[in-house]
Design a protein around this ligand. Structure first.
Ligand SMILES: Nc1ncnc2c1ncn2[C@@H]1O[C@H](COP(=O)(O)OP(=O)(O)OP(=O)(O)O)[C@@H](O)[C@H]1O
Ligand SMILES: [Mg+2]
Length: 151
């Protein structure tokens, strides 16, 4: 359960009313993401997972154009401390297909973002920050509910 002490907080919830607010929330959560090192982005098709990663990359100072890795499966950006890797498990059908990507070699080398990480949550590394983005039930427009947990 969330508490008022940020050091003890293990989950949180934010409402984004538009794409810009999603980007602001991504920037706010950056310290938490950096602490975890690995972030699983979850939620339905078109929820805004890639948008969230693009915004986080900008907040990290990465100026390269971040594109969806749905087909490339893994893309890397940045240099040194601002290095970032972006994977997408949407098209993968088994844990062995994920393991064949060799992501272990990238964990710890900057940030790792994984879209659809909940497909194979048992092989997400310990300490992964889970971020779920969902369209707001009562609003068909740009409103998103963004929930994070790091149990
Ligand atoms: N509040 C919002 N936050 C994020 N994206 C939003 C928001 N409102 C509208 N959008 C739009 O929703 C779309 C989200 O697309 P995006 O590729 O980021 O989704 P995705 O979750 O990565 O989808 P996929 O599962 O196909 O990878 C974008 O076109 C974006 O402009
Ligand atoms: Mg995507």
């Amino acid at each position: 359960m969330a508490t008022d002490n940020p050091a003890k907080k293990h989950s949180g919830e934010h409402i984004a009313r538009n794409v810009q607010e999603t980007a602001l929330i991504a920037a706010d959560l950056l310290p938490l993401m950096l602490k975890s090192g690995v972030v699983s982005l979850e939620g339905p098709l078109g929820a805004g997972k890639t948008h969230f990663v693009k915004a986080t990359a900008l907040a990290m100072g990465i100026t390269e154009d971040v594109t969806s890795p749905t087909f490339t499966l893994l893309q890397s950006y940045g240099v040194g401390g601002s290095r970032m890797h972006h994977s997408d498990w949407y098209r993968l059908e088994s844990e062995s297909e994920v393991l064949a990507l060799g992501l272990e070699d990238y964990y710890g080398d900057g940030m790792m973002f994984i879209e659809w990480g909940d497909k194979f949550s048992s092989i997400l590394p310990p300490g992964t920050l889970r971020i779920r983005i969902e369209p707001h039930l009562e609003d068909a427009g740009e409103v998103r509910v963004i929930r994070w947990s790091n149990h």
